[in-house]
Write a protein that binds this ligand. Structure first.
Ligand SMILES: O=P(O)(O)OC[C@H]1O[C@@](CO)(OP(=O)(O)O)[C@@H](O)[C@@H]1O
Length: 458
């Protein structure tokens, strides 16, 4: 089955060299939001916080997480469960001090230009939430509570096993004893935990409640654009196991001649890759897992995906088209340097922000990829066949790559990349087709048609 997905409008610059605009969050610098995580231990709060931070940073929105547990560990590195008994005054005092230290650091960070601060803690009582609310409000910071509720025993047990037993709180301890202690800790929290309650005095709070991540959501009093973007992103998350496969198209005729852009077909070696791709995919995905394939609307990606099994759904996205190189489309890097020497230098100076005359910057590409990321988060197994610049941007999202460095990353042709999101980061496996192809990587200042990537670009 094939179709064309509606994409967002392509961002075009007026003629002439311009820096990319900071995007649709034009008033983002004026907004300060504290995202306050709420929920019992082992409900995926840190996972959600980490994803929200990654998403925002990918969009160049200054975001940071303040994990109260890390502050508490300074004072109580490996406490047993009774530390978390709410009748233990010493534990209460230290936990309160840790929360105060985290909030103080967060406020200081907001003063240096921070936009979204994520307070990662249980914030399980109304008193604690009121204190955070009052403190933030007094500093002109909006508060968005994000409560994660989960009654799926399997998910809770997996969280206890995978996350908590690798936590510094239990380092070096017997895993069984650690799991038992952690369960005892959870029961202490259960005694005082109050869900955010709209019927009572928390009705005026802005909040998002997530039930079993992705199954059910409740939203209350979302106030502005940035809040709604965060909420929309979090609503689309799920925790079902899945992977994302990424591949560039097979070597194209322009790749061979060192020309950029265009809409060329594959070279003979590119054709070989297209024929080999189903086998690589089968090796990595297996035979019976359903897979959806996304390509760009350009010939070279469609040709690369055309031998994949017909029962895979295939969808073409305009948003996956290669970075638009405007007036430089179809030129070699040497021709660009000869015709537009200032542009050539400016691009090397700031490759992420440089926008081709009449074309796009990497920053522009990230903006148009946002719906793709949103759809990826909602989906299960997806294979994306796309282009060098687009793949760099998607890879940067999953692997948390620094945006300034990502445009210089080497993404070899004829290689399938498998990314699997895990609780604390994304796992990567690469499958090489062993079909030779030219290198399209280019170092700063170089006009070589084909250059070997340096070790730092890998
Ligand atoms: O940002 P740089 O490093 O120039 O790379 C992007 C370029 O990659 C290329 C190959 O050199 O993409 P593609 O994979 O679609 O062939 C060019 O078409 C595109 O302009």
């Amino acid at each position: 089955m094939r179709g064309v997905a509606a994409g967002p409008p392509t961002v075009k610059s007026p003629s002439g060299r311009t820096r990319a605009n900071t995007w649709s969050f034009s008033k983002v610098e004026d907004t300060k939001i504290c995202v306050v995580m709420v929920g019992l231990p082992a409900r995926g709060k840190s996972y959600i916080a980490q994803l929200a931070q990654r998403y925002l940073q990918w969009l160049s929105i200054p975001a940071a997480t303040f994990n109260v547990g890390n502050y508490r560990r300074n004072d109580a590195p490996q406490p047993t469960a009774d530390f978390f008994d709410f009748n233990n005054p010493e534990g209460e005092r230290k936990r309160r001090a840790a929360a105060e230290a985290a909030v103080a650091d967060m406020l200081a960070w907001f003063r240096t230009g921070g936009v979204v601060g994520i307070l990662d803690a249980t914030n399980s009582t109304k008193e604690r939430r009121k204190w955070v609310m009052d403190t933030c409000t007094a500093h002109g910071i909006e508060v968005l509570f994000v409560e994660s509720k989960c009654d799926d025993e399997e998910v809770i047990m997996a969280n206890i096993r995978d996350v908590k037993l690798t936590s510094p709180d239990y380092r070096g301890q017997d895993p069984e004893a650690a799991a038992q202690d952690f369960r005892n800790r959870i029961s202490h929290y259960e005694k005082v935990y109050k869900t955010i309650n709209a019927d009572e005095d928390e009705d005026n709070y802005t909040y998002l409640k997530l039930m079993n991540v992705g199954k059910q959501v409740i939203i209350n009093r979302i106030q502005d654009y940035l809040q709604s973007r965060i909420v929309y992103y979090l609503m689309n998350l799920h925790i079902r196991p899945r992977s994302v496969w990424l591949s560039r198209h097979g070597e194209s005729l322009y790749n061979l001649s060192g020309r950029i852009g265009g809409d060329m077909l594959l070279s003979p070696r590119g054709e070989l890759y297209a024929k080999k791709l189903p086998e690589l995919v089968r090796e990595s995905v297996g035979d019976d897992r359903p897979l959806t394939v996304w390509t760009s609307t350009l010939k070279r990606t469609i040709a690369t995906a055309r031998f994949l099994p017909p029962h895979y759904n295939q969808l073409q996205w305009k948003a996956l088209d290669e970075l638009d190189s405007g007036v430089c489309d179809g030129l070699t890097y040497q021709e660009i340097k000869d015709r537009y020497p200032e542009d050539f230098a400016a691009r090397d100076e700031d490759k992420y922000n440089y926008r081709y005359r009449g074309g796009e910057s990497y920053r522009d590409v990230v903006i148009r990829l946002e719906p793709i990321i949103m759809e990826l988060e909602r989906s299960e197994d997806i294979l994306i066949v796309t282009h060098q610049a687009v793949l760099r941007c998607i890879y940067a999202y999953f692997m948390k790559k620094d945006q300034a460095k990502s445009p210089w990353m080497n993404v070899p042709l004829h290689t399938l990349i498998k990314l699997t999101p895990r609780a604390y980061g994304t796992e990567e496996v690469r499958y090489e087709a062993h079909i030779p192809a030219v290198s399209t990587w280019r170092g700063k200042g170089s006009t070589a048609k084909h250059e070997n990537p340096t070790p730092e670009s890998l």
